[in-house]
Design a protein around this ligand. Structure first.
Ligand SMILES: Nc1nc2c(c(=O)[nH]1)N[C@@H](CN(C=O)c1ccc(C(=O)N[C@@H](CCC(=O)O)C(=O)O)cc1)CN2
Length: 297
């Protein structure tokens, strides 16, 4: 079997188009422009690229984009004051602090200082609790994008066996909650799971989010299963230079799976598209307006 490639780049462009349509309507019918503020601390090269991309796409869908760059050595008090200022700003509906933060800053403290209603990353402990109890919340962008692609590919996910490899707060745990919400039978596996290949072989849906390049091999995959590859790892090429690979070994998995997301061009682009969708959702909720359909979990 050769897997269908789930094109995250094209899917993300479609989602951004839907967000742009809703934003235009919000402006026309209610005179409201959703606003997203992104805070970047330090000079991490990858974070700089992601933040620039977020700003560009926010403007492209017609939203207000605000970017705050803070020095690598900023104090926690200064960063918390910045978050508070954005919490108090009525033109800002979404706040995101780009991760990872430099080691001297307490990420949990900073994230939990964001107004949960503006927490478009869905990382605030209130949103984590709401998602875990099946209540309306802000949903983390990477798992939300993965869920959208799975729903689009399968239709109903009800009754399917899903194995999520990885237990991070940002991807693994919320992904498992979302799949449970769609009535999958969910296993959370990780690098210490005993006989991981045989656990993964039970899955109709495999979400690889373990952070190890090309770890999931084709002979771990049940024929016809769907592989969602969340990993983004830069590795050396034998001929020199580097390339991006996922947590799944693409060629061997694609030979067995029914469908697979590539890296790059799979889950990654959906992360920013869902950030924009979440900002729109936050803006609608803040103004007591109907939320856009199909853009939330
Ligand atoms: N506050 C947050 N920090 C981080 C998040 C997040 O969701 N919230 N996620 C990642 C980084 N990230 C967005 O912030 C992100 C990662 C990757 C991509 C993406 O489109 N990747 C491309 C490849 C890009 C490349 O060439 O390097 C792809 O997979 O096709 C978008 C956003 C960590 N921090």
């Amino acid at each position: 079997m050769t897997a269908t490639v789930i094109d995250g780049k094209a899917f993300a462009a479609k989602v951004r188009g839907q967000v742009a349509e809703h934003v235009a309507k919000l402006k026309e019918e209610h005179g409201i422009t959703p606003g997203l503020a992104v805070v970047l601390v330090g000079e991490d090269p990858a974070s700089q690229v992601y933040v620039k991309s977020k700003g560009k796409m926010t403007v492209e869908v017609g939203m207000k984009s605000v970017e705050h760059r803070m020095d690598e050595n900023v104090s926690e008090a200064e960063l918390l004051a910045m978050v508070q200022k954005l919490n108090d700003d009525p033109t800002i509906h979404g706040i995101l602090v780009q991760l990872p933060l430099p080691g001297h800053l307490n990420s949990d403290l900073v994230i939990n200082s964001i107004d949960p209603a503006k927490d478009v990353d869905g990382f605030h402990i209130s949103n984590v609790g709401l998602l875990g109890t099946g209540q309306k919340s802000m949903v983390p962008c990477t798992p939300l994008g993965s869920l959208m692609m799975l729903r689009d590919h399968h239709g109903s996910l009800s009754g399917l066996n899903a194995v999520v490899i990885g237990r991070s707060n940002i991807v693994g745990k919320p992904m498992a909650q979302l799949l449970l919400g769609d009535s999958c039978t969910v296993t959370i596996a990780h690098s210490r799971t005993k006989d991981l290949p045989s656990v993964v072989r039970q899955a109709d849906i495999v979400v690889a989010a373990v952070g190890r390049p090309q770890m999931v091999l084709g002979d771990w995959i049940k024929p016809g299963a769907t592989v969602i590859d969340v990993g983004i790892n830069r590795i050396d090429k034998p001929e020199g230079g580097t390339r991006l690979v996922g947590d799944a070994d693409y060629d061997s998995c694609a030979a067995v799976a029914g469908a697979i997301t590539p890296v790059p061009g799979g889950v990654g682009p959906m992360t920013i598209a869902c950030l924009l969708a979440n900002t729109l959702t936050a803006c609608c909720r803040a103004n007591g307006l109907t939320e856009p359909e199909g853009l939330t979990a």
